[in-house]
Design a protein around this ligand. Structure first.
Ligand SMILES: Cc1cc2nc3c(=O)[nH]c(=O)nc-3n(C[C@H](O)[C@H](O)[C@H](O)COP(=O)(O)O)c2cc1C
Length: 163
């Protein structure tokens, strides 16, 4: 049995819907156990116990969300040199960009020696005004389908020993 850990933060619900979509599709693989954790709840032991990862965060102020960064701050050194080579993917929920949050995560997990098994999945909600940015988000079915595909790919790849 393999374990896929999905760690996420979400302020207005977009990233949560993306992470839940990935988790529900990943859970269809019987040989993979899926753990969906808020960044604030994820501990070094959760990172060490997983065989693969999906990191999901909003892009806020051209960076990953602070609570996601806090997750990496708390787990980076406890996991360093103990998870080398494990597969990961990143999902970003952004208004219009998302590239920098993806870059930040890629840089951090390069230190962990994780292996990217997909390009970052960036979903833009197109929220531009303060009201729209702070409103609850609804991720489109098409975008959720892409999140499901990513979760399923990670999960089945882990189960099959492809990664
Ligand atoms: C304080 C703040 C800063 C933001 N900065 C950016 C940004 O730099 N680039 C971007 O594309 N979107 C930015 N956004 C938009 C969010 O990424 C977008 O609303 C996304 O849906 C948030 O994900 P969530 O619904 O999971 O919280 C920002 C939102 C907030 C609240």
């Amino acid at each position: 049995m393999k374990t896929l850990l999905i760690v996420y933060h979400s302020l207005t619900g977009g990233t949560r819907q993306m992470a839940e979509a990935a988790a529900s599709a990943a859970s269809l693989e019987p040989e993979t156990s899926v753990r969906l954790l808020l960044a604030t709840d994820a501990e070094p032991a959760d990172v060490l116990a997983a065989d693969g990862y999906i990191f999901a965060t909003p892009e806020n102020l051209a960076a990953m969300a602070g609570r996601m960064k806090d997750f990496f701050d708390r787990t980076y050194y406890p996991a360093l040199d103990r998870i080398n080579g494990r597969p990961y993917a990143t999902m970003i929920c952004a208004g219009s960009d998302g590239q920098n949050a993806a870059r930040q995560i890629a840089r951090i997990v390069t230190g962990w020696r994780l292996r990217a098994v997909a390009d970052p999945l960036i979903i833009c909600t197109r929220a531009q005004t303060p009201d729209a940015i702070l409103a609850p988000k609804t991720i489109t079915p098409e975008a959720l389908g892409r999140c499901r595909d990513l979760g399923a790919a990670l999960s089945s790849g882990l189960a099959a020993g492809i990664f």
